[in-house]
Ligand binder design. Sequence first.
Ligand code: ATP
Length: 234
Amino acid sequence: MLELSDVNAFYGQSQILHDITLSVGQGRRVAVMGRNGAGKTTLLKSIMNAGPRVEGHMAFRSEALTGQAPNERARLGLALVPEDRRIFGHLTTYENLKIAQYGAARGRENVDVDGLLERFPLLGPLRDRRGSMMSGGQQQMLAVARGVAARPYLMLLDEPTEGLAPTIVEQLAEQVVSCCEEYGIALLLAEQSIWFSRQRTDHAVVIDTGRIAFEGNWTEFDRSLEKIQRHLAF
Ligand code: ATP
């Protein structure tokens, strides 16, 4: 469904990603791990055309990703849940979810927002609360739910566990998977937490200074752990 081949990404003259080749199949869940500054966010933004200049081949659902703007990529069925959440502070939870549907994937049936809220028990009681009145953890849940509300074919989820309490991380992990299964959404997760990644994905990619250092399933990950650890050490 998503195919990247020899992708290079740049901010100005600085090359951040080098020859990235990876794919995410329909309904699959792939984790991209790496330490701070490894290039995880740059990878997700490159797929969405939301910042870096990109060279190389990218295709999504058999369509080449070339010059399409981020909003056009959203229509193709890509949704980015950014690290900094970007919740609309003056809108309520319900409104933040509803508005996501305006940029939803073309040709997909809408997600029912009330049904979606039931899947996030911590968000349900906040249905009418404005984004600016929420804690960081509540905003993070809302950002994930908003990604789901667009009903993408592929959700790009950037470090959802950052700054969250462990109990919330556990709940969020379960909710992400149940939503992906219910609504037919594949996942490309950028994450520093190996625990979170392992719980919820079937494929692991490690990047180090913009290059792929490992790719495989979790059994292969465990087998190569000694070699991989130095790419993940802080
Ligand atoms: P983190 O876990 O800290 O978010 P990351 O793996 O997501 O790290 P990126 O945010 O992709 O890493 O950053 C990769 C490199 O690109 C870093 O060296 C960073 O300083 C640089 N970089 C990121 N954004 C920009 C930008 N807008 N302009 C210039 N360089 C940038």
